[in-house]
Design a protein around this ligand. Structure first.
Ligand code: A3P
Length: 303
């Protein structure tokens, strides 16, 4: 397999936090040994990068464009988020049941970084899809998501973003993205971005079909573009993670219908410029520039 860019190894990562720290080491060890099937499709993203959008697209391509089932069943049940069960139930014995019990071919969503994925990924070579997004928009989107699930209700967007970039950030977005970017020419990996999906969704659908050896006719393409449009997905209860939200809120002892939940929120590119104050935009720009400087890659290239 392709190697990571060597300059990644020279970077000082000492101040970084791992996505999963040692408190979750037992879980990560279990993930290492998860069985991978050769006809699986693994969708890997950072949170808020267009995962749900691509997940619905992939599920439809993999399932003969079965719009009826897609409108009837929650996306999370058709295509589980691997880490979710453990987050909610904390049970190492049962946490992989949702993916083990899924009918084949399985579509599995994960936010884990490349080195933490099951080791069989490298032997069984299932198809892997990676969706990147401008981290500046993803971080704003993350704020609204965290507020929606009840993580806090008194923090401003500016404060959240500054806290995240000044050290408490859960994921290292730059490492997460660039590791997959480095592998983008591998035949088993399809690398794309939220921005590509926004600008040329039709082409992304065609590329995904080709990647998965499927064909699509004009009529179905029209249906896909409509079904995957922002307006349709925003009004589709099966793609708005209502099922997942109910579980998260119950875990925090919150009422299921405590507040209006807008999972599919704004769906725009570069909206961070309007949403953050000019000082925070400046901080975020510097943060991104500092982080990408010695990775020999620009933000535009990653998208
Ligand atoms: P915003 O909060 O910026 O609106 P994820 O699924 O990885 O959590 O990503 C969620 C982000 O994707 C949200 O971004 C959401 O609005 C956006 N999104 C989801 N479906 C979309 C669609 N059909 N068109 C455009 N954006 C979409």
């Amino acid at each position: 397999p392709a190697r990571y860019p060597t300059n990644l190894l020279q970077k000082d990562w000492s101040k970084r936090k791992l996505h999963y720290g040692t408190d979750r080491l037992d879980y990560i060890k279990k993930v290492h040994d998860v069985e991978v099937l050769p006809d699986d499709v693994w969708l890997v993203t950072l949170p808020k990068c267009g995962t749900t959008w691509m997940q619905e697209l992939l599920w439809l391509v993999m399932n003969n464009f079965d719009f009826e089932t897609a409108k009837r069943e929650h996306l999370e049940l058709r295509s589980p988020y691997m880490e979710f069960d453990y987050m909610i139930n904390n049970d190492l014995e049962t946490c992989f049941r949702p993916i083990e019990q899924l009918s084949r071919p399985r579509l599995i969503k994960t936010h884990l970084s490349l080195p933490l994925l099951p080791h069989q990924i490298w032997d069984k070579k299932p198809k892997v899809v990676y969706v990147a997004r401008n981290v500046k928009d993803a971080i704003v989107s993350e704020y609204y998501h965290a507020r929606n699930v009840g993580a806090f209700d008194d923090k401003t967007l500016d404060n959240y973003v500054v806290e995240e970039i000044e050290g408490t950030k859960l994921h290292d977005p730059f490492l997460h993205i660039t590791e997959f970017y480095a592998l983008r020419h591998e035949p088993w990996l399809f690398y794309t971005s939220f921005e590509c999906m926004k600008m040329k969704l039709r082409q992304v659908i065609l590329d995904v079909c080709q990647f998965l050896n499927k064909t699509i006719d004009d009529e179905t393409m029209k249906k896909m573009l409509k079904h995957l449009s922002f307006e349709e997905m925003k009004n589709n209860p099966k793609t708005n993670h209502i099922w997942e939200l109910q579980q998260v809120r119950a875990k925090h002892g919150l009422q299921p219908e405590g507040q209006e939940f807008n999972f599919i929120r704004k769906g725009q590119m570069n909206a961070y410029k309007q949403e953050l104050s000019p000082e925070v935009v400046n901080k975020v720009d510097n943060w991104v520039e500092w982080n990408l400087k010695d990775l020999n890659v620009t933000l535009d290239e990653l998208l």
